[in-house]
Design a protein around this ligand. Structure first.
Ligand code: ZN
Length: 129
């Protein structure tokens, strides 16, 4: 398993980690297989979406925050229940095929680390089999 660090700068933020995941695939030496990306955090997630127009990820951020406001009368004392809920909705893992040593992504797809309770230092695990 490989891992790398992500440093987020805002409370809610989506960071394109495609380059880092591709580097982990290259390091693994796997030419044809499956790449699993896993985020070991309860207020973060990973997703795949458009990397051409940055408005797409900012729309996702703002819509999720409208859907799940930070202060919605949650009981959890840490005050980050919105982040926990977003984490479960978006999900902690993604799977991408690997062919010829490269991630098989659509033309407009990128892999995004989703921060829902930043800024923080975070980890991403990558397993290529
Ligand atoms: Zn919490």
């Amino acid at each position: 398993m490989r891992q790398f660090e992500v440093e987020t700068g805002r409370r809610v933020q989506m960071l394109d980690i495609t380059v880092e995941v591709q580097a982990a695939v290259k390091d693994s030496g796997v030419v044809s297989g499956v790449c699993h990306v896993f985020v070991p955090h309860t207020t973060a997630a990973v997703t795949i979406n458009e990397n051409a127009d940055p408005s797409v990820v900012s729309d996702m951020d703002s819509f999720l925050s409208k859907l799940i406001p930070q202060d919605a009368g949650f009981r959890h004392v840490e005050g980050n229940s919105d982040g926990h809920i977003k984490s479960s909705l978006v999900g902690a893992s993604e799977t991408v095929f690997v062919e010829n040593g490269h991630l098989v992504l659509g033309t407009w797809q990128g892999i995004y680390f989703c921060e829902f309770d930043g800024p923080r230092q975070r980890k991403v695990y990558v397993k290529v089999v």
